[in-house]
Structure formats: structure tokens, C-alpha cells
Design a protein around this ligand. Structure first.
Ligand SMILES: Cc1cc2nc3c(=O)[nH]c(=O)nc-3n(C[C@H](O)[C@H](O)[C@H](O)COP(=O)(O)OP(=O)(O)OC[C@H]3O[C@@H](n4cnc5c(N)ncnc54)[C@H](O)[C@@H]3O)c2cc1C
Length: 421
């Protein structure tokens, strides 16, 4: 079994090198403006920026970044904006630093991938590639909750960049007027598992500060807060710090939402609300499925993050289906790793891991702010022995603490600088 996987992986990597040679050799006839290998990165979030910076620093390839937004906004730590403790601009950066690297930036959305022709398509142009890096994040599975799609504007999820403003308005209205604020938590896999509980704690913190008369009802499809290693400190924070504000309902599956009556129906009964922050189940954007790269998420080989369906495509960040956490830190590190792999492959210097080698995978770090001065930290490291599933290790704060609250802000500033400084 181990050998079969190894052989398959070896062939795939050899294929990648061969494909590069073919595409590089074929460039003369395919390219009109450049004879250098073309790498196209789709998505200018955490993963895409790691790849773009590494590829551009190599100076050996033509790098194109395709991203519809004008700039970047961080989901990590933006809870401080959502709950009124910071400005949106504190979590936003322009792409100026990327433009200065000589990267061709296309402000557009990819609507299709022509794998046979090795080009991506936007509404207005076809962009050819030798290697494609997909870092498109995720989309919400709206069909999972009947009643949601017809009223999505009333129920912003706020788990993608620039959606935070709508949730910030919901929270501001609730803190002022009181009532029932419902937050739903889906079963994993979803982006940043501690984030819904962070959101609940920080809204409760604001309620306490402002004397809001109301309840924050967390409707969790899981038995305990996610991820399991953080269950205890998160549950303790919700119970001990915010027992009067938060009602925590576990193993409750949302069945439907009625925007007119303002009722969420769940497997544990109907819950009336004044505001609802419905955190839906998530999957990779439709582009990935349409291109035949996977079902819910893109299937990739580890440790290379190369698509199982297409050796010229790498899928990184939250769009891929490995059991590693859906974390920005990990997405950025994976982008760097994949950028280096592509440069090494093009230079004919890519060295694959041998049988029995233990390969370190990119690390993840997540922060759960539970008040303005306390946070809980989880560090995730992992490695893989070729042919085996990855071994994942967790290091967790036993309780919310001030050092992790400061660490979170320092980490954020360092990451944003590494991406766009
Ligand atoms: C509330 C919250 C708190 C979090 N806290 C942490 C934390 O403490 N630590 C941590 O490491 N992570 C945290 N995360 C997770 C982190 O934000 C994600 O894991 C990270 O954003 C994933 O990076 P990505 O590149 O896969 O996707 P994204 O960063 O979402 O980037 C995807 C990009 O692709 C673009 N795109 C999508 N489709 C297309 C298309 N068709 N064509 C062109 N462009 C496209 C989008 O516009 C977007 O810019 C948190 C997330 C949330 C929601």
C-alpha cells in the first residue's frame, strides 16, 4: 500500500517536471509576449499572497494574480472591528506591495478553467498558464438551510473578507436594542473552527460593557466547541465569563430559517431571534468542482498540494481537502511552499521525499479572542510520512490569558506585513 502510493506520487512529480519542460519548451509557440514560464495565481487572500510573493521573489517566472477585490481584508482579528473595538481599515491593506514586485495583477474573477488548453477564463479574457495555483477560499452551502437563500442579505455569514461590515451593523443594532442574537455553528470542516465561539464571546463582552438586555444564543451542531483540543477553554470562557449573556445549545441542527417570522427551526425546537448570524456549512467555490478537481473541496496530494486530477494545478488554503486546519497562517505557509516547489521544478532542482522520510507540513496558528484583553491560542504542527495520513499535533492554551491576547495582535501585524508590507 505504502509503495503503491509512493510510486504514484513519484510518477506524478516526474510528470510535473516533464509537463514543465513541455510547457516551457512549448512557450515559444504558445507565448507572444514572454518566453518565461507563466504561473497564474487565482485569489489574493492568505494563500495566494504567500505563493505570489515567493514566485515573484524568485525572479524567474511571469506571475499573474487574479483577484476581484481592490485590496485585502483580514478575517483573523477582525472581530475587534465587528464588535466595535477597532476600525475596518485596521484590517485592510492595499495590493501596492504586490504591484511593486512586478506581478501582473488582474482585477477580475475567474469563471472557468480550461485544463486541456491550460488557461483560465474571466468574463473578458483568457489567461494562459504553465502552472496554476488556486487559492480561492470558500463559498457557503446556502442550500443546507431552507429559507436562507431568499433572505441572505438579512443573514450575513461574515466568514469571508469584506463581509464583516454587515455583521458589524447587526451587532451594533443588537447591542443597542437587545433581544435574541442567534449564532449557528456548523459541523466541520469549516474555516477557523474557534471563530464562532470567539464571535460569541466578543459580542457578549460588548453586551456586558453596554448593559444590553438580551441573550446570545449559540446553536451548535457539535457536542462541544470546535476544534476538540479547544473545547474546554472555549466552553469555560463562555460559561464563566459570559454565563449571564450566552445560552449554549449543543447538538442542534438548524432545519430552516423564516426571515419573515424571525424564527430559526432546529432539531431542538424553534428559536425566535431579533438578529441571526447564520454560519453556514462551507465548501470550495464552484469553480473547483466545475473543473473536476474535487467534490466538496479540491483533492490534493500531500505534501505537495498538487491536484490529484491535474499535475499543473496546485490548490492551497481553505479550498483544498486535506485534514489540515483551515487557517490563514497555514494557507500563507502553503503558498510559500508551493511557490518554492514550482520554482525548483522549473529549475530542474525539485527533490522529492523518499520512502520513510518524514516531511514537515506548514503550521497553523489560530487565536480566539474572548475579551479585549484575553485570548486562547492553538498551534498546530504536522508532518507526513509518504503514503501515510498526516500526523497532526496540537498545542493549546489551557485557559484564556493576556499573553495570547497580545500575541494575537503581534502575529496579525507580522503576517499582514509578510503578505503586503
Ligand atoms: C472570524 C475568523 C477568524 C479567523 N482567525 C484566524 C486565525 O486566528 N488564524 C488563522 O490562521 N486563520 C484564521 N482564520 C482563517 C483564515 O481567514 C482563512 O483560513 C484564510 O483566509 C484562508 O486563506 P485562503 O487563501 O484559502 O482564502 P481567502 O483568504 O479567503 O482568499 C481567497 C481569495 O480568493 C478570491 N477569489 C475567490 N474566488 C475567486 C475567483 N473565482 N477568481 C478570482 N479570485 C477569487 C477571493 O476574493 C479572496 O480574496 C479566521 C477566519 C475567520 C472567518
Amino acid at each position: 500500500m505504502k509503495e503503491t502510493n509512493l510510486i504514484r506520487r513519484r510518477n506524478m512529480l516526474k510528470g510535473a517536471a516533464a509537463a514543465t519542460t513541455v510547457s516551457v519548451m512549448g512557450c515559444a509557440s504558445q507565448l507572444t509576449t514572454s518566453s518565461r514560464p507563466r504561473v497564474v495565481v487565482v485569489g489574493g487572500g492568505w494563500g495566494g499572497l504567500g505563493a505570489v510573493r515567493t514566485l515573484a521573489a524568485g525572479g524567474k517566472v511571469d506571475v499573474t494574480l487574479i483577484e476581484p477585490n481592490d485590496g485585502f481584508m483580514s478575517c483573523p482579528l477582525s472581530i475587534l472591528y465587528i464588535t466595535g473595538y477597532a476600525q475596518a481599515s485596521d484590517f485592510q491593506r492595499s495590493y501596492r506591495a504586490i504591484d511593486a514586485l512586478g506581478v501582473r495583477r488582474v482585477k477580475d474573477r475567474v469563471v472557468d478553467i480550461d485544463r486541456a488548453g491550460r488557461k483560465v477564463k474571466t468574463a473578458t479574457q483568457d489567461i494562459p498558464y504553465d502552472f496554476l495555483v488556486l487559492a480561492t477560499g470558500l463559498e457557503y452551502m446556502e442550500e443546507a438551510l431552507p429559507g436562507y437563500a431568499a433572505a441572505r442579505d438579512q443573514f450575513p455569514v461574515g466568514f469571508r473578507a469584506f463581509e464583516q461590515a454587515a455583521v458589524q451593523r447587526q451587532v451594533a443594532a443588537f447591542v443597542e436594542q437587545g433581544g435574541n442574537f442567534v449564532i449557528t455553528v456548523p459541523k466541520p470542516p469549516y474555516r477557523c473552527p474557534p471563530a464562532p465561539y470567539e464571535r460569541a464571546c466578543m459580542i457578549a463582552h460588548r453586551m456586558k460593557e453596554k448593559g444590553t438586555r438580551g441573550k446570545l444564543i449559540v446553536v451548535d451542531a457539535n457536542k462541544h466547541p470546535m476544534p476538540p483540543p479547544l473545547a474546554k477553554p472555549l466552553e469555560t470562557a463562555m460559561r464563566e465569563m459570559y454565563g449571564s449573556q450566552i445560552e449554549y445549545i449543543t447538538e442542534a441542527d438548524p432545519k430552516s430559517i423564516d426571515a419573515g417570522r424571525k424564527v430559526l427551526s432546529t432539531s431542538k425546537g424553534d428559536i425566535p431571534f431579533s438578529q441571526a448570524n447564520v454560519i453556514l456549512p462551507m465548501r470550495a467555490p464552484g469553480l473547483i468542482r466545475k473543473a473536476g478537481l474535487g467534490e466538496r473541496f479540491a483533492a490534493v496530494e500531500l505534501p505537495t498540494f498538487q491536484s490529484k486530477a491535474d499535475r499543473n494545478i496546485f490548490v492551497i488554503g481553505d479550498s483544498q481537502s486535506s485534514p489540515l486546519p483551515k487557517s490563514g497562517h497555514l494557507a500563507f505557509g502553503t503558498g510559500q511552499q508551493v511557490g518554492e516547489q514550482i520554482l525548483a521544478t522549473i529549475a530542474g532542482k525539485y527533490k522529492e521525499a523518499g520512502l520513510g522520510d518524514e516531511v514537515t507540513l506548514p503550521a497553523a496558528i489560530c487565536w480566539g479572542k474572548v475579551s479585549t484583553s484575553l485570548a486562547i491560542n492553538i498551534n498546530v504542527t504536522s508532518s507526513i510520512s509518504i503514503g501515510d495520513p498526516p500526523k497532526i499535533r496540537f498545542q493549546v492554551d489551557p485557559a484564556a490569558n493576556a499573553a495570547s491576547s497580545k500575541g494575537a495582535m503581534d502575529w496579525g501585524r507580522n503576517m499582514w506585513n509578510a503578505m503586503l508590507g
